[in-house]
Structure formats: C-alpha cells, structure tokens
Design a protein around this ligand. Structure first.
Ligand SMILES: [Zn+2]
Ligand SMILES: [Zn+2]
Length: 440
C-alpha cells in the first residue's frame, strides 16, 4: 500500500489509537544542540505521507484531539500552533498523540517540556517562523532533508551559531512573514509564495551579529545538548540565593541593582513566586558567569564554580580582619570584581589597579584571587571561542561562495577572499577547513 492510500484509509475513520498509524520517521538531532522542533517534525511527517500539512491535521490529528475549536479550518489553532514546541498542555497533547501514532518514544525531546517547571511561557516562543537561510540551503544541498532546529523557535535566538548571520523571518521572495505551522507549511519553503527559504534576503548581510547574541545562542545550544532534565522549580530560587550571597553578601537590593532589574521583580524570583524569563536568566548568567546548565540545575553546577565556598570564606576573613586599610582594599576589590569588565584582568593587573601588592591580595583574599584567576581564564577561553567561531563562519561562507563559482577552494584562495593572509594557519582553523573539504 502506498503512503497516500494508507493515510486515506486512516483519515478520520481509524478506530484505535494504536501505534504505526503514521510512519515512524526518525526525528533529527535528538540529544544534540540542534535538535529538531516538533512543529518541524509534523511538517516532515505530512511530507513523508505525501499529503499537505493541513490534510494531516484535518484527517488525522484534529479528529484524534477531538476539539471543536480546531475544526472550521483550524485557523484559530494555527495562530497558536507554535506552542506545540513549548511547555504547556498543548505540547503534552501533541507528544502523547504523536508517540501513539508513530511509536517513537522520545517525541518529548523535540519540545521544551523538560523545562516546564523552570521556563515561564512569557517571551519564550515566537509565533512566526524564523530560519537561517544558509542552514536551509546546506540541508537542501547535502541531504535533501530540510528541518528546523527547536532553537529557531525561541525568541532569545536571533543568530545562527554555525553561520553567524541573523536568523530571518521574512520570505526572501515575497517578503511576507508567516506562522511557524499552518495548513500550507512545507519544509524549507514559504507557504505563501512557495519560494525557497535557503536564499539570504537582501537585508541579511546588512546587520552585523553582536557578541551578546552569539553568547545567548551558545548557552542555549549547550543547554539543549546537555540532555539533562530541569524539573525542579526550587533550583531557580536556590541558585539566585547563592549568587546573592556571593556577589552582594546576601543583599538582595544590591544584587537587583547589579542585574539592573527592579527590586520587587528580583524578590518575586528570589522567593519562588515568579520565574525569570529565559532572556532574564541569560542576562544573569552573563553578569555572574554561570551557564544555563548550572543555573537551572542549581546546586551541582554552582559548586563546581566554587561560588558557595567563596562566599563562606569571604565572611570568615571579614571577621578576622582588624586593620582598616586591608578592609578598604577588600571593599574596593569586591567592588571591582563585581564589575563584569574586570574579567579581562588577572590578579597582577588588579593589584596594580588597587595600588597594592599582589602578595597582600593573596594573603588576605586568597579565595577571591583564586576565583578571579578562574574567571579570567574562563574569559580568555570564551573570547578565543567567540573569535574562532566567527572566523570559522567567515571561512564557511567563503568556501561556499567559491564552490558556487565552480572553483575548488584552496587555503590561499580562501585567505585571499577573506583578505586575511595566514588566517588558516591556526591549528583549530586548519582542522575546520579540512573538515569542510572532506564534507564537500
Ligand atoms: Zn546557519
Ligand atoms: Zn514567500
């Protein structure tokens, strides 16, 4: 039986909710940072059965859900269909239904449901489709399976980490925006004009990508790739209380100032009454140098960072200190370390800035000095990471351009195209180029 007749057979008239009603096509990227979204999976599922996405909905999915508002063409449903990828009841309904229909066990991984107790819905998902044209184009060329990573459905994601270009939400052919999912959705194409989305729009290169956007994308990528469950709501308040203890000696108002949020907002998070949005948490991570995994998992990650330990020892040293100048130095030191810009300084720089001896700092503020050394190292690695990611993206684009012109991109051709002699000399960059060449 071919796929189309199979779907017709079951369309609206199936009697059991058994598995294998639909083909169990494998979801893409499960357990990885670029894991596919559930809305993307549904669109591919319709294509695998050679039917329109809308027909899959009206013949199979809507009747199963048995909700009257989904009838009448389901327009009202489609305007909120992006929530299928999210943290609320509709995500549960779709996970359960598609698990039953396909027999695939880890459909939940294609949504944010594992973050339901720590992520509020506010500011979480975008209702319109957004995509990286370079990724779409690569998928179209390489494997012909075009899918949308779950990350693209997040409002916090504004750039593609692989190509370092802004992600787009206007069709390059007709200029329209459109919903993440509706009856006319087709992978990699605009549902309004059927244009191919793997083509950068004219405005694509106009905006340069900021480090802050790359930072956010990196942290979210790490979080998705961690494969961890983050279901303890208490972890958020717990992590915040540790950060307040470390950064402002337990003073919540001071910490609110440090973050630049209203005091009452912070109290709401701190007391577990409200949850900070993903964007809020990313800002806290940036200010306090924790990653999303540490933030949402609470205890474990933070202990690895030594925050709790540092906070305890600082208190002890304060008690022991009697000499006023040393205390003054301590105060200036803490003030300095609270400032994010101090991350680029090592202890020698800091001692110079405070006009004191490095040994004195180590003697009285050993924990803080060690903490600073660790932060400084983290900063150096992170800056290097961002620099390499940017360079890789440039090389990737130059490589694709040259191939597009029918040439075989050599090291010197790429360096010439980038106008950066010796750009490919560094070991990790060399490796990256080799991988590109092998995959070409
Ligand atoms: Zn991309
Ligand atoms: Zn279009």
């Amino acid at each position: 039986m071919d796929t189309c007749s199979k779907l017709e057979l079951y369309g609206g008239a199936y009697s059991s909710k058994s598995a294998s009603v639909l083909y169990p096509i494998p979801p893409i990227g499960v357990g990885e940072g670029h894991v596919e979204s559930l809305t993307s999976y549904i669109i591919r599922l319709a294509e695998a059965h050679c039917v329109r996405t809308g027909d899959l909905f009206s013949n199979i999915l809507f009747p199963y859900l048995n909700k009257s508002y989904m009838l009448k063409g389901g327009y009202r449903f489609y305007t909120s269909a992006h929530l299928i990828n999210g943290v609320t009841g509709i995500a549960y309904e779709f996970i359960e239904m598609l698990t039953n229909f396909t027999g695939i066990k880890f459909i939940d991984e294609l949504t944010l449901i594992r973050f339901k107790n720590v992520l509020p819905t506010r500011g979480l998902l975008r209702s319109n489709k957004a995509w990286c044209p370079y990724c779409i184009d690569e998928m179209g060329n390489e494997s012909s399976v075009v899918f949308e990573p779950l990350a693209w459905s997040l409002q916090a994601i504004t750039v593609c980490l692989k190509h370092l270009v802004p992600i787009e939400d206007n069709c390059p052919s007709c200029g329209n925006k459109f919903l993440s999912l509706d009856g006319r959705s087709i992978s990699g194409h605009c549902p309004k004009c059927n244009g191919w989305l793997g083509k950068p729009s004219t405005s694509c290169g106009a905006r340069s990508v900021e480090d802050w956007e790359i930072y956010k994308a990196k942290l979210i990528h790490e979080l998705f790739a961690s494969g961890m469950e983050f279901n303890n709501k208490k972890n958020v308040a717990w992590t915040l209380s540790r950060l307040v203890a470390t950064y402002t000696d337990g003073n919540v108002s001071e910490f609110a100032k440090l973050l630049g949020v209203p005091k009452t907002t912070l109290w709401g998070w701190y007391g577990g009454k409200n949850l900070p949005t993903l964007e809020d948490v990313l800002r806290i991570c940036n200010k306090c140098d924790v990653n999303l995994i540490s933030f949402y998992s609470g205890n474990r990650g933070l202990n690895n960072h030594g925050f709790v330990l540092a906070a305890k020892r600082i208190n002890k040293q304060d008690v022991c200190l009697t000499s006023k100048p040393i205390q003054k130095i301590g105060k200036s030191l803490k003030r300095l370390l609270m400032n994010r810009e101090s991350m680029c300084m090592n202890v020698t720089h800091i001692a110079r800035k405070l006009r004191c001896n490095k040994k004195t700092l180590y003697k009285y503020y050993k924990t803080l000095c060690k903490y600073q050394t660790r932060m400084n190292r983290y900063y150096q690695t992170a800056s290097k990471g961002i620099r390499l990611t940017k360079l890789n993206a440039e090389i990737c684009r130059a490589f694709t351009d040259l191939v597009g012109q029918g040439q075989t991109p050599t090291v010197s051709m790429i360096e010439k195209q980038l106008n950066r002699p010796n750009a490919l000399r560094e070991e990790p960059i060399k490796d990256f180029y080799e991988r590109l060449r092998m995959n070409a």
